[in-house]
Design a protein around this ligand. Structure first.
Ligand code: 1HN
Length: 353
């Protein structure tokens, strides 16, 4: 076909598209390659948020609004590739939440599942389903779908400090399904009707009460203390060689199933030895990392992100990640992998270099 015939065909097509548009019809052949890409082509980009940059503005937010007024005083970590959507990946939400001494964040519940990873300060608590847990840096805490939850900061033995944690929620996923429900509690703070440590005593020691009947999709442990997880990594470090891609990496489990602690989010803790130069790997599950200890570099699709303790970074779906550690480093991470696995689409690759 010559150029004239080509442009004539294109204008006939355009006229046709315009004519069928009011009928709410669109031609698949114009979109097919975008709808079914050869491989994932996420609009999300890799990004790193330095805690040293964020802490001052997060603390400043406390001069503008109370936790009670805000309901949850959070700065949302928005993926620069998809601004305006309160999302760090297409399916996940992340934010840094601040609670000042003496403040409360009122009780509510929603179908979105939430995780907290404590980044800074100690002595705040969260109450989930009538049980309270005190937060310490590095603790991984769960709020199951539709459980009442409120937070507060009473301090420890008279000492109190601002407390900051990373929130991870499946908000974009629930929004995608248009399946969100939420309600506020009658009281600011729930009545605490069980002693602290009750659920950990029942489920946190590789033992389960004999007559427990498993009903929930979420782990019955709602706080996985850092001291315990870190101890496990330290023991692995002296007992076995690190994985060339990920160092010593453990996934948190629901003790009743061996599966992910939440139906939509899997969480991990990994230790990288000093001087580690990891090989590249990639997965379809976009992943959010929180740095607990040490410094190093995350090389994401060739772009270098220097990290330090308390920083957060995101690795989009199918982007290659290489981890380097200057000194011994510990990273917490979470992704939507359980959803990929549930629908049989998860893929990952471990590269030779
Ligand atoms: C929420 O309930 C919390 O409970 C944190 O701390 C962040 C973001 C959107 C919707 C609900 C919390 C949230 C949230």
């Amino acid at each position: 076909m010559n150029a004239h015939a080509n442009s004539e065909a294109a204008s006939f097509r355009r006229a046709y598209y315009d004519r069928i548009k009011p009928m709410h019809l669109t031609p698949l052949w114009e979109e097919l390659h975008n709808l079914v890409p050869r491989e994932p082509a996420s609009p999300c980009v890799p990004a790193l948020w330095r805690y040293a940059d964020i802490k001052p503005v997060l603390l400043e937010s406390a001069t503008l609004i109370t936790a009670e007024e805000a309901v949850r005083r959070v700065l949302v970590l928005e993926n620069p590739g998809i601004p305006g959507r309160s999302s760090i990946t297409q399916s996940l939400y992340a934010g840094l939440q601040l609670i000042m001494p003496g403040e409360v964040a009122p009780s509510h519940r929603h179908v979105q599942s939430a995780l907290r990873f404590i980044v800074d300060g100690k002595g705040a608590y969260t109450t989930v389903g009538g049980e309270r847990t005190t937060m310490y840096p590095g603790d991984f805490i769960i709020t199951p779908s539709w459980d009442w939850h409120d937070h507060g900061n009473q301090g420890l033995q008279g000492a109190s400090e601002p407390v900051v944690w990373l929130d991870g929620l499946d908000i974009p996923l629930v929004r995608f399904f248009d399946a969100g429900f939420a309600e506020n509690d009658e009281a600011q703070s729930q009545v605490v009707n069980r002693p602290e440590g009750h659920s950990f005593a029942r489920f946190g020691h590789n033992m389960v009460p004999v007559r427990h009947r498993h009903a929930s999709a979420t782990s019955p442990i709602f706080s996985y203390p850092y001291a315990r997880s870190r101890e496990a990594l330290a023991a692995l470090q002296v007992a076995e060689a690190p994985d060339p891609w990920q160092g010593w990496k453990l996934r948190y489990v629901n003790p009743l199933t061996g599966g992910a602690p939440m139906p939509t989010m899997q969480t991990y803790l990994q230790l990288l030895p000093q001087g580690f130069r990891g090989q590249g790997h990639r997965g379809t599950d976009g992943t959010v990392y929180s740095v607990v200890e040490g410094t190093g570099t995350a090389v994401v699709s060739g772009e270098r992100f220097a990290f330090a303790p308390q920083d957060t970074f995101v690795v989009p779906s199918w982007a290659t990640l290489r981890l380097e550690a200057s000194d011994e480093a510990v990273l917490f991470s979470f992704s939507d992998r359980p959803v990929h696995e549930a629908i049989g689409i998860h893929r990952e690759q471990f590269l030779d270099n």
